[in-house]
Ligand binder design. Structure first.
Ligand SMILES: [Zn+2]
Ligand SMILES: [Zn+2]
Length: 296
């Protein structure tokens, strides 16, 4: 007969999968009660690969190896394994509320079914507690906000690129020489509840709208979105709590740079955009030494 236990874990599926299959994590969650623990674990995560966990009573009075062989693996979705003459399937089902982990296994015949169910459920509950307790480092890799602090944002991944733009729009929208900005996938940046105002500007070049997002309280330009590239957003590098956490990897529209602006050595500089309207990349210039963007 089969026994099924399940739990809902409030975490990303990648994090749940990783904690379920990493020996360092397994030793932290694989126990049915506080007086038991897993002292060592090995995982060879491939079909035909083996796993083993050494489970011991903390007082050393009893212990055994729990091991088996993987028979099916679908990353972030399914693990099946055989152990002895029994089989077990572990499903990972991601939803808006988190990840439901369902473990379905063959009962053994020595202990009552209810006791087996309770034991496996207790381990699964421990697993959920462990995963939910892991700090979500990925979701706070970059943080920032406006001058007054009412608008705050955090990014859950590094920017795709960060560049300094010397175009006339960027000079005017920042009120300074150039706009250092990072490009992110749209949903990689989350904002707090602070109100963000939006100004619509029609680009001279493309005739498409650029949206300037700014704090209505202090006026800080926090970022841009674009009708032309709806899948990304720009975030002002000056708004990061630590602007030096990201490097500027190119300068663009240097042809309209202000006098006195110095371009660094060894970095791609483009007189105009990085690419043509049809997507063809433009030629970059790299200076051997820092160079004035505009002579005279
Ligand atoms: Zn503000
Ligand atoms: Zn620009």
């Amino acid at each position: 007969m089969k026994i099924t236990v399940e739990t809902l874990i409030k975490a990303r599926v990648g994090k749940v999968w990783s904690a379920y299959t990493s020996p360092a994590d397994i030793t932290q969650w694989n126990a049915a009660s506080d007086d038991w623990h897993t002292t060592t674990a090995t995982v060879d995560l491939r079909v035909g690969g083996m796993f083993s966990s050494r489970m011991e009573a903390k007082d050393g009075s009893f212990g055994f190896d729990f091991g088996g062989t993987y028979t099916q693996i679908v990353p972030n979705e399914l693990i099946e394994y055989s152990f002895g003459d029994r089989v077990c399937a572990v499903e990972f089902m991601a939803s808006a509320n988190g990840v439901t982990v369902r473990v379905k296994f063959d009962a053994e015949t020595q202990n009552p079914v209810e006791q087996q169910r309770e034991g496996w459920q207790a381990i699964l509950n421990n697993f959920a507690k462990h995963v939910e307790g892991i700090p979500d480092i990925m979701s706070v890799i970059l943080e920032g906000g406006c001058l007054c602090g009412k608008v705050r944002f955090r990014a859950n991944q590094p920017p795709v690129r960060t560049f300094a733009c010397h175009c006339k729009f960027c000079q005017r929208v920042t009120g300074t020489s150039f706009f250092a900005e990072s490009i992110f996938p749209l949903d990689a940046v989350q904002f707090n509840d602070g109100e963000l105002s939006r100004y619509e500007h029609v680009s001279d070049g493309s005739q498409k709208k650029v949206y300037v997002h700014f704090c209505p309280n202090c006026g800080t330009t926090v970022g841009l979105t674009f009708d032309r590239w709806p899948e990304v957003r720009a975030i002002a590098r000056g708004c990061y709590d630590d602007p030096n956490a990201v490097d500027i990897t190119s300068h663009i529209w240097t042809g309209s740079a202000q006098s006195g602006v110095v371009l660094p050595a060894g970095i791609d500089c483009f007189a105009g955009a990085r690419a043509r309207v049809d997507g063809q990349p433009e030629q970059a210039t790299r200076h051997d030494l820092p160079a004035m963007a505009r002579l005279g």
